[in-house]
Design a binder for this molecule. Structure first.
Ligand SMILES: C[C@@H](O)[C@H](N)C(=O)O
Ligand SMILES: C[C@@H](O)[C@H](N)C(=O)O
Lengths: 165, 165
């Protein structure tokens, strides 16, 4: 099917938590998210990659204001789970390319990733669905990344951020 | 906003490639996907997690039939990129919970991950968007995972796979 990229969406003020070395056995991800849900935290992207060593790293993004309560709660949970460590960072942002028919096209992914690489923007997290490719990058690089992405997909350049950004 | 889970979708016959130790600098992901797009491979989920060691693992899923051409092409690329290794596996499947208002609810994620844990299903990859939470699991566990998920979200049990599954 033809890919139609409709636009680029930007989300500032994000934070990221990565739990490294989560034991790769049934139930670990459930235990982490049961604690997050019980603390009533609103989570956006959840990304987990398998690794060959019997452990997996699991990351998620949340609003900057929710970072401290999440960190406090997870600091207690991580040792109980047998996970290795947790890192929490603010100053990240999410950039997403939204379209239809994304799923079967590595072309959209390559165009996005290559334009970010050429603009010197480092990709920290990647997550995709049928209608969207989302990356987490450093917030200081967001405007540069947005300009490069609009240009790469032939979209009208975004207006400079106004006070309402 | 209220979360409404509309259904569970299952995709069999998937394969997974993980490239470990990709140098975590601008352009690496672009180089990988430029090669994938040039080989005209159709990719589904793309998942990358950041790691603190200056490298990142990047995984993607594709149709089982595309695995061998992808492996051949990436075997040549991985050393040029300075990545550590590549693993390719068939026999995986994707299970997704689809709904609206997913984004702000760790509750949906925790319910899905906990029910899979209780059913003894190990989660290999996780990727989310506003409308969907997708996990990659072993294909032999798909029917058990689907039953547990339908029960956890109060959805009518799937009919046993017919010949057209
Ligand atoms: C790492 C974590 O996802 C684990 N594999 C689980 O199934 O819960
Ligand atoms: C690992 C890879 O994503 C790298 N950080 C890049 O930006 O291309």
């Amino acid at each position: 099917e033809d890919v139609v990229v409709r636009g680029v969406s930007l989300e500032r003020n994000q934070a990221k938590i990565t739990i490294c070395g989560v034991p790769d056995r049934p139930g670990s991800a459930g235990a982490i998210f049961a604690a997050i849900a019980a603390a009533n935290l609103s989570v956006d992207m959840i990304v987990q990659n398998a690794s060959g060593t019997g452990t997996a790293d699991l990351s998620f993004t949340l609003q900057k204001d929710d970072l401290v309560p999440a960190e406090i709660m997870l600091t207690r949970l991580v040792p109980k789970l047998g996970a290795a460590a947790m890192t929490a960072t603010t100053g990240v942002a999410k950039l997403s390319v939204v379209g239809i028919g994304m799923r079967s096209h590595a072309g959209v992914a390559s165009r996005l990733f290559e334009c970010l690489g050429a603009a010197g923007v480092n990709i920290q997290l990647i997550s995709t669905s049928e209608i969207k490719i989302a990356v987490v990058i450093d917030e200081t690089e967001l405007d540069r990344a947005a300009q490069a992405t609009h240009a790469a997909f032939g979209l009208a350049q975004p207006r400079p951020p106004s006070n309402t950004a």
